[in-house]
Design a protein around this ligand. Sequence first.
Ligand code: NAG
Ligand code: NAG
Ligand code: NAG
Ligand code: NAG
Length: 232
Amino acid sequence: MKAGARQLNPALLVVFVLELCFYSASNSSELQVCDLCYGTVRAEGAVGQFCSKSAGRIEGRCCLQNDTAFDHNLIIGLDLSNCSLAQVGNIQDASAARIIDLSLNPKANISDTTFQGFIELDRLILPIHLLCPGGATSWKKIEKNGDQRLCEGQNSMCNQTVQMSTVCPENSQCAPFGPGLSQCSCAADYHGYKCLREGKFPVVQVLGPLGASTVVFSLLMWVTQRRKAKPL
Ligand SMILES: *[C@@H]1O[C@H](CO)[C@@H](O)[C@H](O)[C@H]1NC(C)=O
Ligand SMILES: *[C@@H]1O[C@H](CO)[C@@H](O)[C@H](O)[C@H]1NC(C)=O
Ligand SMILES: *[C@@H]1O[C@H](CO)[C@@H](O)[C@H](O)[C@H]1NC(C)=O
Ligand SMILES: *[C@@H]1O[C@H](CO)[C@@H](O)[C@H](O)[C@H]1NC(C)=O
């Protein structure tokens, strides 16, 4: 047993290092967006009020869901107001956010892809010079308020009555993909390019190696932790 633990298989080490990189990358990048600028969520701001109502946890510029059942940090609110933002870069880590405040950034600019995938986004506060992403048809209500523009409630681009309604290929369905955006997702039992392949998605083949490496990682942790604990 002892010898086995000492002579670590190089392949296991590689897996171990890979897993470490994977976990630390996914953890730190999630919080990067919360540190995009100095300070924390303003308590009296829209995100601050939303966060206290939702019993969220404030970390930097983010409101995180305070749910211990979740082992990762789900960002439900993002307050980047008064951040001297220019081009708003990658904020994809906050794609589950329900409220985002970009006000008081007189030079801020957003691109067509900034809010791609933000399907939960229900309130977006912009400096007045920016238009609501996706245009007027993408929101239920648009309001001007001093130097702010408020975009509220996303309209689904999959609605047949909306002009821009996407035509999806056969065997697929239109699904919302953020303000003014939609994507076609394959119906059950179809996958691949244009959903032309029939049959179950090969879950086992795709997830297999990852699952196996997780088992190996857990075993490795168990062995090393146990060895550390023994001298006590
Ligand atoms: C978050 O949850 C923990 C444990 O349930 C609790 O002790 C803590 O007060 C909560 N924080 C906030 C800000 O609600
Ligand atoms: C914006 O931030 C600056 C410091 O970075 C601060 O002095 C100012 O009061 C803030 N403005 C508002 C409206 O919060
Ligand atoms: C804002 O971004 C758009 C596209 O991302 C670009 O065409 C435009 O020139 C930018 N405006 C400014 C003032 O930088
Ligand atoms: C589709 O759009 C119409 C008109 O804009 C609206 O009355 C209806 O509620 C929308 N349906 C859905 C499912 O969003």
